[in-house]
Design a protein around this ligand. Structure first.
Ligand code: 13P
Ligand code: 13P
Ligand code: MG
Ligand code: MG
Length: 369
């Protein structure tokens, strides 16, 4: 039966160069990415694809039947980003090849720089999905909205009303420092879960499953570039895939948390706290202090692997107030200049000039103890 076909939805993203600093990719990069993926579709490696971008990040949204971490799919994404890097270099774009951290592809783009969110699913009779894409922030930005969507009945009445959701959801949380994962079930372990999710610089939601049948509900990219490279190479600018409706949160329940522009890490030089502003596709151009951080939401219906969409879900005056609040919060935070907590604490800052300053001034500290 067609509906029983196992389908994989892969979103692989990277920043490989942009126009006027970290603002947006040149149209020639997006065109090149389209050509590469169209060729892969013609060869039937892909069922379908959509090239999207948020700020300076290119998102390759791909459907296929090969499962997650499939080498030819990862190679396709890597080669596509290499091709785009070549275009970026020829145009002398800023940060050409920024997120490609190794010289040669070796099997899986994870750990090589690009961000990855993939899920394998059996298409339901109707399969709506929402793909969230952010710029100038890190995967910890998804913690608060994912908690609200999948564990807070004041956001998601479906947790109370929908019998398939009533048992709750199971969160897999990554400790990026220890590179270890813990799974916690909601509602019964929600206070334990919140202890971790609140520390969003270190603990990040990686995957969410429905408790009743272990069905995959959401996956996020949790590739932390600074941890991978050991030094600053740009923010991680995460993506997240969420299935919607009919036993999953409704599209409106998925979007609702973004009516509150919560504070996330990133913004200028990846070193500040700023409000996450939900915007229409054409507004995903971070300019004020290289921000504030942006999130876009693309809605699709899957039809045996065909991507029907994207629908620009934050292109709605209902999100004007969130954008206005984000601007108010941005004004307030900016007045702190280089002071914490607007600027991140030293150990979390992506640019660490402190060791250099310390080595210069060390001898001038006089003990008073
Ligand atoms: P419909 O009655 O339009 O299907 O909507 C149901 C729903 O889940 C709205 O959130
Ligand atoms: P990106 O991570 O989006 O490239 O931004 C880097 C930066 O330093 C912005 O000020
Ligand atoms: Mg950039
Ligand atoms: Mg970016």
């Amino acid at each position: 039966m067609a509906q029983q076909m196992k389908l994989t939805l892969s979103v692989i993203k990277a920043d490989v160069g942009s126009v006027a600093g970290h603002n947006r990719p040149h149209p020639d990069l997006l065109k090149r990415a389209e050509e590469c993926l169209a060729a892969a579709k013609a060869k039937r490696l892909l069922l379908d694809f959509c090239v999207s971008r948020c700020g300076d990040d290119i998102n390759l949204i791909m459907t296929h039947s090969h499962g997650v971490s499939h080498e030819p799919i990862h190679r396709l994404a890597w080669d596509t980003f290499m091709e785009c890097t070549r275009v970026a270099k020829s145009l002398k774009l800023y940060g050409a090849g920024q997120d490609l951290l190794v010289d040669a592809f070796s099997g899986n783009v994870k750990g090589m720089g690009p961000g990855v969110a993939e899920m394998e699913l059996i298409e339901r009779p109707s399969e709506p999905v929402v793909i969230l894409m952010a710029d100038k922030t890190s995967p910890g930005a998804w913690n608060l909205p994912l908690y609200k969507i999948f564990a807070d009945a004041f956001n998601t009445p479906g947790l109370v009303i929908d019998p398939k959701m009533h048992e709750g959801f199971i969160f897999s949380v990554l400790d990026v420092k220890k590179k270890a994962v813990i799974t916690l079930a909601c509602p019964e372990e929600q206070y334990d879960l919140l202890m971790f999710l609140g520390a969003h610089g270190r603990y990040m939601v990686r995957e969410i499953r429905r408790k009743e049948d272990n069905e995959i509900a959401a996956v996020a990219s949790t590739d932390v570039l600074s941890e991978i490279a050991g030094k600053y190479v740009g923010k991680d600018d995460p993506v997240c895939i969420i299935r919607a409706q009919a036993g999953m949160p409704a599209v409106g329940e998925i979007l609702e948390p973004f009516a509150f522009p919560h504070l996330v890490e990133g913004w200028m030089r990846g070193s500040h706290q700023g409000p996450l502003m939900p915007v229409a596709f054409h507004q995903a151009n971070p300019t004020r202090f290289d921000g504030p951080p942006r999130v876009i939401a693309a809605g699709f219906q899957l039809n045996q692997g065909t991507l029907i969409g994207p629908i620009d879900l934050f292109d709605d005056p209902a999100y004007d107030e969130a954008r206005r609040q984000a601007n108010t919060a941005a004004d307030y935070l900016r007045r702190h200049g280089p002071f914490e907590p607007h600027r991140l604490p030293l150990d979390e800052m992506e640019y660490t000039t402190m060791p250099m300053i310390m080595s210069k001034l060390r001898d001038r500290f006089k003990s008073v103890g």
